[in-house]
Design a protein around this ligand. Sequence first.
Ligand code: IPE
Ligand code: IPE
Ligand code: MG
Ligand code: MG
Ligand code: MG
Length: 331
Amino acid sequence: MANGNPRLKSVNLVRRTSDLRYTAEAMMNPSQSGVELAEEYLSTQSDRVSAWLERLVPAETVEPPVLHRAMRYSLLASGKRLRPALCIAAGEAFGAQESELLPVACALEMIHTYSLIHDDLPSMDDDDFRRGRPTCHKTFGEATAILAGDALMTLAFRILAIEGVSDGREANRLRIIAGISAAAGTPGGMVAGQVLDLEGEKTPVDAGGLDRLHAAKTGALLTVSVVAGALCGDADAGVVERLKRFGAGLGLAFQIADDILDLTGTPEELGKTPGKDVASGKCTYPSLYGIDGSIDRARATIGEALEVIEPLGPRVDRLRQLACFVIDRRK
Ligand code: IPE
Ligand code: IPE
Ligand code: MG
Ligand code: MG
Ligand code: MG
């Protein structure tokens, strides 16, 4: 590790980027940074998304209760809800209706939660804590955790197929489904990235390989969250292309920050166990570039992503705030 013992080093990403103010709102109110605005927004959207999720997932009393308890246990725990927030921010920037947008946002959160449940399994990252509580398999056993993940993914696609699809919007929804399934699967999607991540524990990964790994395991779902939201509205092809490039940058920066936080965060902040990447010999940004090098790369990546959406004007300020949050977060 280029930076000595990373545990002795307190990295305050907030302080490092507090000079960056990206939003019109923040400029008018200098006491509030883009990050603070993003945290407020995430908290509001989180309540909204959780209320929808509550309705969309079978109740614990429905047979088989243990399956629905396990699904709800992981899904309704305290995640940041970043993917639905990105989807809603992009959608509302381009005039999407709540009835069309929220089911898509919720489906993204279900797919993300399924990926976390499987990511934590003993055969993968073998983690005991997630979202501030014991992992799904620790609480319900491995078989139920695997099946809860499967059920969250399949339910997500059912919701995408049937919820909030109004007359004349079917082709648009099909396009969204195609995008989300590609981002969640392979090639280039989350499942492919998870395989590359596990292979990286045994085989050296170079800089280009790590970027492809991060783009697949994390970037693809974050990118499609932005794009799917915009497609629920009336964003044209040029806008969607810009948002795709923005999402890819945001996604990479998000995973770089996740890698940094694994070294610098506390269990209380993260709601998961830090220090696991080094322990399992993962190839991460800090393992290749050190912590300072990783922070610089995350900042530069977000800077480029913000430049890409510069022409879209103040309507995408929420996306700008969320981009600030991605690199300044402590959880
Ligand atoms: C964790 O994602 C897994 C990664 C892709 C790095 P989040 O940090 O968004 O987890 P939650 O949703 O807030 O729990
Ligand atoms: C997981 O990446 C990405 C997923 C697809 C779930 P990590 O393994 O780094 O995520 P954490 O650190 O366990 O949340
Ligand atoms: Mg993992
Ligand atoms: Mg993990
Ligand atoms: Mg991680």
